[in-house]
Design a binder for this molecule. Structure first.
Ligand SMILES: *Cc1c(COP(=O)(O)O)cnc(C)c1O
Length: 384
């Protein structure tokens, strides 16, 4: 078999098991209504929770950023890719989440990998929820520390693993809002365990930043938590509507990350126009109570409307509202039936979620209207 034949066979095997992934091309800006293959679809897919990704004021701000700083940064941030908006954004983010210092990365994926590999080595131990995001999992795998993966939200299992650990440094890593379930980690319990066993706590707030807490300050603010042992990672491509990520925490820890996080050091700095745009996005988040209230109302509307269907709506108070269907075939059929009616809801299957829990991952945005949510409810009721 030649090399290309071998890959053809691998791809065919994926296709046979209905595991071949396909992208759907969008020909319009991010928003509730998107143009796909000449059709207008009502989409419940994006992580644009506050509807900022195509906000007109941010588009103008991005144009201004391009005029002021060009489109590329030209270098890694330690050489020549660190511009005024980068520094200003780090300072703004630290103040916004109420921690001493922040450091930006060009994506959340790279942030998690850089953070964990900079903090831990082979004589250390890391504790990770089994449903954590792939970027945390990959950071855990790369860092070389002893790995303890605990069952989803099982605080007793985590406590037992921490109690029997003799490693030099310990780190507990958890999503704050789990991306395929929409549920919240019990951050106060996680912090208490970290205090008891002298571990650091890394909170991945990709889905909480901008949405949860007063003024959208995130999951730590939602639970009113602060401690020098906490690091929080927030992404800027979800509720903030732009791109990138940051980590915030104690001054010394963040300085260490600046010195050692390889995914920060060895990468071309993200375009300054993005930091310039994100600064304005943070203002919109901070003053965005109306958007968050509207979003909460949509969540309540959807949950009320989907009661009594034969599928289970996950216990979630966040904009991520998964409807658990069960088999891959049923979930795919439902996704297809919705699409025929012009409704686009992503179907999530194993291995992304556990076998037998294929689901529609409905995600809501403040850009949705109540009548758009009603359209989805009506369609699901008919199909149910
Ligand atoms: C999206 C996501 C990331 C990755 O962030 P990007 O900026 O998209 O790379 C990390 N963690 C969680 C929980 C996420 O949902």
């Amino acid at each position: 078999m030649t090399l290309t034949e071998a890959f053809t066979a691998q791809l065919e095997a994926l296709d046979k098991r209905a595991l071949l992934r396909r992208r759907r091309r969008i020909d319009s800006p991010c928003g509730p209504l998107v143009e796909v293959a000449g059709r207008r679809l009502l989409a419940f897919c994006s992580n644009d929770y506050l509807g900022l990704a195509a906000d007109p004021a941010l588009v103008v701000r991005a144009q201004e950023g391009a005029r002021l700083y060009g489109v590329g940064s030209g270098g890694s941030q330690f050489i020549s890719g660190f511009y005024a908006p980068h520094q200003e954004l780090e300072e703004r983010l630290a103040r916004f989440v109420g921690l001493p210092r922040a450091l930006c990365f060009s994506s959340g994926y790279l942030a998690n990998i850089g953070i964990i590999t900079a903090l831990l080595g082979p004589s250390d131990a890391v504790f990770s929820d089994e449903l954590n995001h792939a970027s945390l999992i990959d950071g855990v795998r790369l860092c070389g520390a002893d790995r303890h993966v605990y069952p989803h939200l099982d605080m007793a299992a985590l406590a037992a693993a921490l109690a029997s650990c003799r490693s030099a440094r310990k780190l507990v890593a958890s999503d704050a809002v789990f991306s395929m379930d929409g549920d919240l980690a019990p951050l106060p319990v996680l912090l208490a365990l970290c205090e008891q066993y002298d571990a650091m706590l890394l909170v991945d707030d990709a889905h909480g930043f901008g949405v949860l807490g007063p003024q959208g300050r995130g999951s730590l603010a939602h639970f009113a938590l602060a401690a020098p042992r906490i690091l929080t990672m927030g992404t800027l491509g979800k509720a903030a509507g732009v791109a990138g990520a940051f980590v915030a925490g104690a001054e010394e820890v963040v300085e260490w990350l600046l010195q050692r996080a390889r995914t920060y050091i060895f990468e071309t700095g993200s375009p300054a126009l993005l930091a310039h745009t994100t600064l304005a996005a943070i203002d919109l988040i901070e003053s965005g109570d109306a958007r968050r209230l509207h979003l909460q109302a949509l969540i309540a509307q959807l949950r009320a409307g989907l009661q009594g269907l034969r599928w289970t709506l996950s216990e979630s108070t966040t904009p991520i509202q998964p409807l658990i269907i069960g088999s891959n075939e049923d979930a795919l059929a439902l996704g297809t039936a919705l699409l025929e009616q012009g409704l686009w809801v992503p179907v999530i299957r194993p291995p992304t979620v556990a076998p037998g829990t294929a689901r529609l991952r409905i995600s809501l945005s403040a850009a949705h209207t109540p009548s758009q949510v009603d359209r989805l409810i009506a369609a699901l009721q008919r199909l149910g």
